[in-house]
Design a protein around this ligand. Structure first.
Ligand code: GRF
Length: 208
């Protein structure tokens, strides 16, 4: 069984896609052992509880400084003894210590085709606003391993999504989620659980 900790900050639709994938048997040999949120109001916490998964909040507001928050976050993750950490809309920069400790064992979903519209400042709707402003005809989503740089770790999988002339950032965000994010993330977790994902020289290969 692949023990997964899912880190969230918001609505948790990606978390829901993983929960549903496991329930429906599309994600095999995987158990979500804990959901960790930095935001006490995150609806993702409710989704976890409804699915019978332990949900724990580690809010930076409860700590005197960043260092103490990062320590608490890492401790909360470690306590659940995960094989894999999934960032599903997690709006916190992963502490350096955590990145080192879980090298190639943290995955993130980004709502664009990396390296486009990625890195510092590209989060949430801003990603889609930038894609529309640039006039790209195709965008999409990327699942990648997390390294010390923002959105820069080895790419596991990408899926393209069409952009239409009359798209608003909100409409595009919804399409990227429905057509790409909710498909890719469970799929990648399943491949990792099956031991099919290998990282070599910063590149991912997927075994058949
Ligand atoms: C998604 O667009 C994800 O790609 C981004 O944050 C959003 C999270 O949505 N990193 P949700 O909380 O999974 O609904």
């Amino acid at each position: 069984m692949l023990r997964v900790v899912v880190c969230v900050s918001g609505g948790g639709t990606n978390l829901q896609a993983i929960i549903d994938g496991i329930a429906q048997g599309a994600v095999y040999n995987t158990e979500i052992v804990r959901v960790v949120s930095n935001n006490p109001g995150a609806y993702a916490m409710e989704r976890a509880k409804k699915a019978g998964i332990e949900a724990v909040c580690v809010s930076p507001k409860d700590y005197e400084n960043r260092e103490l928050f990062e320590e608490a976050l890492l401790a909360c993750v470690e306590e659940a003894a995960p094989d894999l950490i999934v960032l599903a809309g997690f709006m916190v920069k992963v502490p350096e210590k955590m990145v080192k400790q879980y090298e190639n064992r943290i995955v993130n979903i980004h709502p664009a085709l990396i390296p486009a519209f990625s890195g510092t400042g590209y989060y949430g709707l801003k990603v889609h606003e930038a894609a529309l402003a640039r006039g790209v005809k195709i965008t999409g989503a990327t699942v990648h391993f997390v390294n010390q740089d923002m959105d820069a770790g080895p790419i596991i999988m990408q899926k393209a999504v069409k952009v239409y002339d009359d798209d608003t950032p909100e409409v595009l965000q919804k399409r990227v989620m429905e057509e790409a994010e909710w498909v890719l993330l469970p799929w990648c977790i399943n491949l990792i659980a099956a031991g099919q994902v290998k990282v070599e020289n910063g590149r991912v290969t997927i075994a058949e």
